[in-house]
Design a protein around this ligand. Structure first.
Ligand SMILES: Cc1cc2nc3c(=O)[nH]c(=O)nc-3n(C[C@H](O)[C@H](O)[C@H](O)COP(=O)(O)O)c2cc1C
Length: 185
């Protein structure tokens, strides 16, 4: 069984990226489990805090990534880059200060995102490239998923109602799942 997890980089309850992740979960093909990891509860990175012990929320996310064959980052865009809260969470998980293994190295990662603006997180996704390269992740670039005009894609309950976006999301999830399944076969 191939295991995927998706992580939303927004803490907002009505987050478009959280909604996109929720819409993606049922689209995993047969033989693939797709669950969520969360950045909620992760404190600001502080090496002094880390010396005292890795916070529970960080350890949970780290374990979830370590148990997954593939990870999709659903990233918002802030000021043409990734949100600080998302980068902060990945910084925590990546820290090797405690001698923990690098859970990014060689693991398949994909990036997706949606924003109300016209570019659909293009620059945020670009900003993630150098981070994932630095961490030695296996960055999948078989497809891109940048969904603009997020405000018109979801209904008031956060359901993805735009047919084109739904089709693109499905194609993206299926192609990444196929890549990960072949890689781990
Ligand atoms: C500080 C800040 C900066 C932002 N900068 C951008 C930006 O550069 N590009 C963009 O498309 N949207 C930008 N936005 C709008 C976000 O895309 C929007 O708030 C979006 O809903 C955030 O994602 P979420 O719905 O998943 O929380 C910004 C929002 C904030 C709060």
């Amino acid at each position: 069984m191939t295991k995927l997890i998706g992580i939303s980089g927004s803490l907002r309850k009505a987050s478009f990226n959280k909604s996109l992740l929720n819409a993606a979960l049922p689209l995993a093909p047969e033989g693939v489990t797709f669950t969520t990891g969360t950045i909620e509860g992760i404190p600001l990175y502080n090496a002094d805090v880390e010396k005292e012990g890795v916070p529970d929320a960080v350890q949970v996310l780290k374990d979830q990534i370590a148990a997954a064959d593939g990870v999709i980052l659903f990233t918002p865009e802030y000021n043409n880059s990734m949100p600080g809260v998302f980068k902060n969470a990945i910084d925590w998980v990546s820290s090797s200060m405690t001698g923990a293994p690098n859970v990014f190295a060689g693991r398949a990662f994909a990036i997706a995102g949606t924003s109300p603006g016209p570019f659909g997180t293009l620059l945020s996704q670009n900003a993630w490239l150098s981070v994932l390269r630095t961490l030695g992740a296996d960055l999948w670039s078989g497809k891109r998923l940048m969904l603009p005009k997020a405000g018109s894609l979801f209904d008031k309950d956060g359901q993805l109602v735009d047919a084109d976006a739904q089709a693109r999301l499905k194609a993206f999830v299926e192609a990444f799942a196929d890549y990960v399944a072949r890689k781990t076969a």
